[in-house]
Design a protein around this ligand. Structure first.
Ligand code: SF4
Length: 64
């Protein structure tokens, strides 16, 4: 089954980890809040590292 990375921006604490480590997938707004810019921008292992490292645990997989 396919899956797509999702991000709850309301829970993001703007630490910068995800968009600093996987900039081809995650972006940020003017306040540093993250969002998914391109869910297919990196391999799943890189995205999983961002999921595992997010201190707010607000990045997750969604089955599609
Ligand atoms: S790693 Fe988590 S808390 Fe940090 S900027 Fe990304 S989504 Fe926000």
């Amino acid at each position: 089954m396919a899956r797509k990375v999702c991000l709850d921006s309301d829970a993001c604490i703007a630490c910068g980890f995800c968009y600093d480590s996987v900039p081809d997938v995650f972006g940020s707004d003017d306040e540093g809040t993250a969002f998914v810019a391109n869910p297919d921008g990196a391999d799943e292992a890189s995205i999983q590292d961002a999921i595992d490292g997010c201190p707010a645990a607000c990045i997750f997989w969604e089955e599609t």
